[in-house]
Design a protein around this ligand. Sequence first.
Ligand code: DOR
Ligand code: ZN
Length: 370
Amino acid sequence: MTEAPSRLTLRRPDDWHVHLRDGAMLQAVLPATARVFARAIVMPNLKPPVTTVEAALAYRERILSALPDGAQFTPLMTAYLTDDLDPAVLEKGFRAGVFTAAKLYPANATTNSAAGVTNLDTIAPVLERMEALGMPLLIHGEVTDSAIDIFDREAVFIERHLIPLRERYSGLKVVLEHITTAQAVDYVSGRSPLLAATITPHHLHLNRNAMFAGGLRSDFYCLPVVKRETHRRALVKAATSGEPCFFLGTDSAPHPRAGKESACGCAGIFNALHALESYAAVFEREEALHQLEAFASEFGPRFYGLPLNSGTVTLERTPLDVPARLVGPFPPSADEGPLPDDQAPVLFHGGDTLPWRITAISSVAQTGIA
Ligand code: DOR
Ligand code: ZN
């Protein structure tokens, strides 16, 4: 066994799947993502969803204006697919550099997905257009059939929908988002340069027991729901494997405490505050810290055909106490008061100690760093 390093400098990473929300929540959570990640694929499941080029441009502007002074961060916008989205709208947005990708939510699969797609056949013209354009399709891969056990919905989606979809549109670039099962790992692994998957920190840390440890733990509830330990192990193996089809996407999905801690708690885990440190803990446990940079900073841009970032992030092996609550923008700014406690997002790892902490971030290339 080799001695673990105590300091790690990575190329600045990107987050290939994040929910930044809007309004006060956007103000509160954006600094956490923008501090560490140079770019992020921003999910379009707002109310109402982002279905036009104009809406995406306006949302991008709201994100840019919510950035802390000096932040170097580029939001990459996505279009929310509906049954009747015009392929010409997608093409216009993609060609104009407004839409980087389009997101497929099966209708009612998750938060704000009611306007999603009810049947893949209805969006055939959209998928054909995306295939022709080389525009990536980002998929929430779960069936919505209530007869299917919730723990099986991803595996059934792959069999029923993803395999036929990829046969029909063999040139389509696809990202299966936030994978949670060994079946997804097996399906994506080594299959095609046109197929990739994102993996979240929470699906690497949690198995389904965590949701029921000592009571009903809404803080660990997200969709797709966390699975058995065998699946978590398969995800850890995939993320740390050095296979370029698996890359970082936090699926950080903040909800106000009042929304999560209610009789019908919302799905979503807000992990953006210490996402990179959270991944580092997993990679270290796996003795795979040498694979972290590729997973976090290289495989995503390569898949999307974007340049690698030039800045760096330095992590040191010094314990980090994660606060129990996010009480305001992070890092806190003078002009924003703390969020009321019931409106603040519940934090992943809140109250825990993580082994690595970020000690330096630079948005330009550094020389002379080991
Ligand atoms: O847990 C989740 N939360 N999964 C999703 O797919 C959506 C997200 C959200 O927007 O809250
Ligand atoms: Zn998501």
